[in-house]
Design a protein around this ligand. Structure first.
Ligand SMILES: CC(=O)SCCNC(=O)CCNC(=O)[C@H](O)C(C)(C)COP(=O)(O)OP(=O)(O)OC[C@H]1O[C@@H](n2cnc3c(N)ncnc32)[C@H](O)[C@@H]1OP(=O)(O)O
Ligand SMILES: O=C(O)CCC(=O)C(=O)O
Ligand SMILES: [Zn+2]
Length: 431
């Protein structure tokens, strides 16, 4: 487990170098097609997330999650199809009537019955989907491209007449024939669909493939482009970024990435990635301090813990340990941090009670404790920490503090070196 925070932030010391104002990772020559600095999030915890193995959200929990996501400022909330069950339909209606700032969408098959029921729930828009890969055409719905195109046009036209926003997506896009894809996207763009969607349903796509497909699609349709990426092969965030670089306008996310199998692009991970791409856009548009709250709500609801290495909120996401890192971080946090913890309501922590520690980090703790010790003293205590940690494992911050205080006290009568020599175990520090 991590030690308690010692509150070492050190970013505000006016004597220390300022952080660069512009991210060094920001492209100097942005592509005019790129939407890295201008995109919308379609938050699908209440649709894709409900497909996560452990997920069951009752109405109150759905409303709590919807409100928490709305507070963060996501642009859309996507809800489970009202065709799934009677309660799903009632929940769609309830959330559509909450008066949230986010637009409310529900997700339906490319079918007139689904469209009729979905419209009656009062949502702002419908996300229509149908599989176009040979796998899904043969083994899911059994329809050919002519049928799919005709049905898509019928369903979209009907939804548009009701005045709702409509998106048309091809499921399993990356295993679909490119000519089929472009021709159906062109057909629905022509009749005024608001967005087309690309879905990496099985998580097989890589960022280069995503970039190429989105770039090609961008030159074929004039409507918005939404992208949905599964994370089976670990590319869901990178693929989202590649899609935005190529001109996609909307990205699907879920809290902690929950969804079918191992899920999709996580909301927090997308924030982290986009913050590194265009910090100001992400900071100004979304309430990043709220990400931890919504992750905790969802984690508890689906009975998982937030992973230790989670983007932004994992318990060690802002913990610096090795001495070389600690020294530089204490001088200027940008040395080893691309995300500023305070922008996400998080706290930086410098861990010092272990054998990888260095005297600069220990000296910093001496200053925090307001102890009158020299650099040589800090170096001597550092060596003691390393020796103890070699034998006994990591020392807690309380132990380190105890050691420093004992050493400091003994310095008064000149016995500090002997005191250090006498300590052979952490138990002797607190004794
Ligand atoms: C990749 C994704 O995540 S897509 C979204 C997945 N979401 C869901 O499945 C929502 C929850 N699903 C459900 O509650 C149910 O599956 C329902 C209500 C949608 C349908 O239930 P059922 O009528 O019992 O059918 P079942 O689930 O066994 O099979 C799906 C049916 O939809 C058809 N279908 C599948 N995809 C589509 C589509 N995109 N458009 C139109 N029809 C489709 C299938 O051919 C099949 O039809 P059939 O009844 O003639 O065999
Ligand atoms: O509607 C979409 O675009 C995506 C549907 C889905 O969840 C998927 O294909 O994985
Ligand atoms: Zn999905």
């Amino acid at each position: 487990m991590p030690e308690q925070t010692n509150g070492q932030t050190n970013g505000n010391n006016p004597d220390r170098p300022r952080e660069p104002i512009v991210s060094p990772y920001q492209s100097k020559y942005p592509d005019p097609m790129s939407n890295v600095s201008n995109f919308k999030i379609i938050e699908s915890t209440l649709r894709e997330g409900e497909q996560f193995a452990n997920a069951f959200f009752d109405t109150a929990k759905k409303i709590e999650i919807a409100k928490a996501l709305d507070d963060i400022g996501v642009d859309y909330l996507e809800l489970t199809s009202p065709m799934a069950s009677e309660q799903s339909r009632l929940d769609c209606t309830a959330i559509a009537n909450l008066g949230l700032k986010a637009k409310i969408l529900t997700h339906i098959r490319c079918h007139m019955d689904d469209a009729k029921v979905a419209i009656s729930t009062g949502v702002d828009g419908l996300d229509v989907v149908i599989g176009t890969s040979s796998y899904l055409r043969e083994f899911s719905h059994g329809k050919d491209m002519d049928y799919i195109t005709a049905k898509a046009i019928e369903v979209i036209t009907f939804i548009k007449k009701s005045g709702l926003e409509v998106r048309f997506s091809t499921e399993d896009s990356f295993r679909s024939d490119l000519v089929d894809l472009l021709s159906i996207y062109k057909a629905v763009d022509k009749i005024g669909v608001n967005r087309v969607g690309i879905a990496d349903t099985v998580g097989c796509a890589n960022p280069r493939q995503v970039y190429e497909l989105v770039k090609t699609l961008r030159s074929v349709v004039s409507c918005d482009i939404e992208c949905h990426f599964h994370n089976d092969t670990g590319c869901a965030i990178a693929n989202a970024y590649a899609a935005l670089e190529a001109g996609a306008t909307h990205i699907d996310t879920s809290v902690l990435g929950i969804g079918e199998r191992n899920g999709i692009t996580p909301l927090g991970g997308l924030f982290a990635r986009m913050y590194a791409g265009d910090k100001e856009y992400v900071k100004n548009k979304y309430n990043l301090h709220k990400i931890r709250d919504v992750e905790n709500i969802v984690a508890e609801a689906v009975e998982v813990t937030v992973p230790f290495n989670n983007y932004i909120t994992g318990y060690c996401a802002f913990t610096h340990k090795a001495g070389i890192h600690a020294k530089a971080i204490l001088n200027n946090p940008s040395t080893y941090e691309i995300l500023k913890p305070e922008d996400f309501g998080m706290t930086r922590y410098v861990s010092i009670g272990h054998r990888l520690t260095g005297w600069n980090a220990v000296k910093n703790r001496v200053e925090q404790l307001n102890l009158d010790l020299t650099d040589e003293d800090a170096k001597a205590v550092t060596q003691k920490i390393k020796a103890l940690a070699d034998v006994h494992g990591a020392l807690s911050l309380d132990m380190v503090d105890g050691l420093l205080k004992k050493f400091h006290e003994a310095k008064g009568d000149g016995t500090h070196k002997e005191v250090l020599n006498l300590i052979e175990s952490p138990a002797q520090i607190v004794a």
